[in-house]
Design a protein around this ligand. Structure first.
Ligand code: IFM
Length: 460
């Protein structure tokens, strides 16, 4: 497999997100976000790690962009921190926050790296959470202010935009499972949040097309999974279908078809979690056709119907959803416990082609956490960190992307998650996904074998 097997304008990138890499101190006027609050709540994040220092990308962005230049990528996906631009979520603008993204964007352009900006990658200003966050429709006002500010300041140079990153995670990990900020465990709150995330996605596209950024392109980033039954039984097939409705169609269907999967909608209604839909919303959302779809692919889901002991042991997402995720016997997994299954990425791309009108697609995240520390801490190789598992993972997934392209999927880009090791949310700094190693004590960046491989692939 060679780079030249893909079209010359294919985007080859790496991805990060503001809270995971920037460092929040010194904030230069940045306001607090729900993740600052979550990290400050003892026991919520592994080791009580915080985003205070992270990778100091806010300070070291020029050095990081220089490394990206050496790597040979032609696109960098980053996210804009809402609380850097509007510390209170609305109203007062923080010029220093705008200046930072201007510097980052200009630096990228100097190296011929296309800046690809995500508007929301989970760092909601805390002040907006205090008034209900994504669970209330009132979020639409501040959101309009924020996205218009971003288009106004960066739209002349940023030509690839993403509205939300993984709204499933923002809604359900944050408001049903409580394992992400803001840490709620309430189905009705989660369903309402999921709805407003989709609504604000539509709103962001409408505003985009009226803004000075409109000659660029915009889409959403979803975390999607092929959902397959563990056994060839009706019960397991139904479990897989329910998981597909929950993980995939709950976002794909409103965005592309202007509707919600009926069965799941009814399940949520019966469980006291109705969609807060107003007449005309779904038509409005469907009309805001995205220019492309970003897919974060990490693993597939294998599902079986829950038995009563699974329910007692809390293995199901909610009593209304009696499904259990399993790892097939003999499957290899990453350090996150996720099955390594590259073919799933090809299956997913082709499914989107078949069921959602073959839109242009980007793999906006793909990568793996493996315990690099055992090579790195104290015993650093003089040459590079030998992360063969990650290198192979990336190569195998790019190959799956190529197979999907050959079978007709409209794949236009691939971004490795992540450019460098960073703050892995509730797992703190304990999980490393980077192709560059970060020594958190010195902030030194080092090449891993996966980065060298990506470099040689990109340079042909
Ligand atoms: O680190 C996250 C990222 O923020 C969103 N997608 C999945 C990654 C790995 O868990």
């Amino acid at each position: 497999m060679k780079r030249s097997d893909f079209p010359p304008d294919f985007l080859w990138g790496t991805a990060t997100a503001s809270f995971q890499v920037e460092g929040t101190e010194p904030g230069d006027g940045r306001g607090g976000s729900i993740w600052d609050t979550f990290c400050a709540t003892p026991g919520k994040v592994h080791n009580n790690d915080t985003g205070k220092t992270a990778c100091e990308h806010y300070k070291r962005y020029a050095q990081d962009v220089a490394l990206m230049g050496e790597l040979g990528i032609n696109a960098y996906r980053f996210s804009i921190a809402w609380p850097r631009l509007l510390p209170d979520g609305t109203g007062r603008v923080n010029q220093k926050g705008i200046d930072f993204y201007n510097r980052l964007i200009d630096e990228l352009l100097k190296k011929n790296i296309a800046p690809c900006a995500t508007l929301y990658h989970w760092d909601l200003p805390q002040k907006l959470q205090d008034t209900g966050g994504w669970a209330t429709r009132a979020i639409c006002g501040p959101w309009a202010e924020y996205v218009n500010l971003a288009y106004e300041h960066f739209g002349d140079r940023v030509k690839q935009w993403f509205t939300h990153n993984e709204p499933w995670v923002a809604a359900f990990a944050g408001n049903l499972q409580g394992r992400h900020a803001p840490g709620n465990t309430d189905l009705a709150t989660a369903v309402a949040a999921s709805y407003h995330l989709v609504l604000t996605h539509g709103q962001a596209i409408e505003a985009f097309r009226q803004s000075k950024a409109r000659d660029g392109k915009i889409g959403v980033v979803l975390n999607l999974y092929p959902a397959v039954p563990a056994a060839d039984s009706e019960a397991d097939k139904h479990a897989a279908d329910l998981s597909d409705q929950f993980q995939n169609r709950w976002f794909l269907d409103p965005v592309y078809k202007g509707c919600y999967p009926q069965e799941l909608r009814e399940i949520f209604e019966k469980a006291g979690a109705p969609l807060p839909e107003k007449p005309g919303d779904l038509d409005f959302i469907k009309k805001q056709k995205p220019d492309f779809l970003g897919i974060n692919y990490y693993f597939r889901k294998v599902l079986r119907a829950a038995a009563s002991e699974d329910i007692a042991q809390g293995k199901i997402p909610h009593p209304a959803l009696p499904i259990v995720e399993v790892i097939p016997p003999g499957a290899r997994t990453t350090e996150m416990g996720w099955e390594i299954y590259p073919q799933g990425m090809a299956d997913l791309l082709l499914r989107i082609k078949d069921d959602y009108g073959n839109p242009p697609l980007f793999i906006t995240e793909n990568g793996a956490s493996f315990p690099d520390d055992k090579f790195a801490v104290g015993t650093k190789s003089p040459y590079m960190l030998d992360d063969e598992d990650r290198r192979q993972f990336i190569e195998d997934h790019i190959a799956a992307g190529l197979r999907a392209r050959k079978a007709g999927a409209n794949l236009a880009g691939y971004f490795v998650w992540s450019f460098m090791d960073n703050f892995e949310w509730a797992r703190g700094y304990s999980k490393r996904f980077g192709v560059f190693y970060v020594d958190y004590k010195t902030q030194e960046r080092s090449w891993k074998k996966s980065a060298r491989w990506y470099e040689s692939f990109l340079k042909g």
